[in-house]
Write a protein that binds this ligand. Structure first.
Ligand SMILES: *Cc1c(COP(=O)(O)O)cnc(C)c1O
Length: 220
């Protein structure tokens, strides 16, 4: 647990240092602590260390972990960063504040309808498959403009774009590309950068970085 507080302080210091170098306000970068696979006790320790934004990649796991923590700690923001199945949409809308993985028309329709039904409007990032990897989620880059427009037509609150670069490629190229797509679509926010590359992502304009292992240690 003491490691956790030190790791968190270190990541925050690295964010601040990088922001200084690239002349950005550190307040413009939201650190999302990715607590997937780690238990509620670990998440609670991160909250005690001042962390307020958390990311989970599975709806079921988040449902087991977060309702009790949220009841004890109002003011937390919970981000869904993993794939969302349409049969989990109601659960996701009930629990999360921000969705980072909006990536197909059917999901957009279900989310829009559920947000109306639940009377709760979540911010949404559209995930773009910048590396056009067959096994990876996300809209094809060539379909991004059209998908953004159709999500807006559904009255979804589209705030930005998200990507997960291919493991063996220069992340910077993907970050620059994602930024270009966002600017072209009038989107101000960029969810990009993980433990290995969040400083690079900050240099390319990331507004939300998703950091797991650098804070919580390796996942088992
Ligand atoms: C697990 C995960 C992360 C965090 O990865 P680390 O390398 O542990 O920082 C970020 N984004 C997504 C989408 C993830 O699934």
């Amino acid at each position: 647990m003491t490691h956790l507080a030190a790791n968190l302080a270190d990541v925050r210091a690295r964010i601040n240092a990088k922001c200084r170098v690239v002349s950005r306000d550190p307040a413009s970068v939201t650190l999302i602590a990715v607590s997937k696979t780690h238990g509620a006790d670990i998440a609670a320790a991160a909250i005690a260390a001042g962390q307020a934004h958390f990311g989970e990649n599975r709806v079921q796991e988040a449902e087991d972990k977060w309702p009790a923590l949220r009841a004890d700690h109002p003011g937390l923001t919970l981000h869904l960063i993993g794939p969302l199945q349409t049969n989990k949409v109601a659960d996701a809308v009930a629990l999360f504040d921000v969705i980072h993985t909006l990536d197909r028309p059917k999901l957009a329709e279900k989310l829009a309808a559920e947000m109306v039904r639940a009377g709760k409007r979540l911010s949404c990032f559209i995930q773009v498959n910048t590396g056009r990897e067959a096994q990876k989620a996300g809209v094809d880059p060539s379909e991004t403009d059209g998908f953004v427009a159709s999500c807006r037509a559904l009255k979804l609150d589209v705030v930005g774009l998200m990507c997960i670069p291919p493991v063996n490629e220069q992340a910077a190229l993907h970050f620059a590309f994602l930024r270009e797509l966002a600017v072209r679509n009038g989107l101000a926010q960029l969810s990009m950068g993980m433990s290995e590359d969040f400083e690079t992502a900050i240099a390319f304009g990331a507004t939300h970085i998703r950091v797991g292992s650098a804070i919580f240690g390796a996942r088992g």
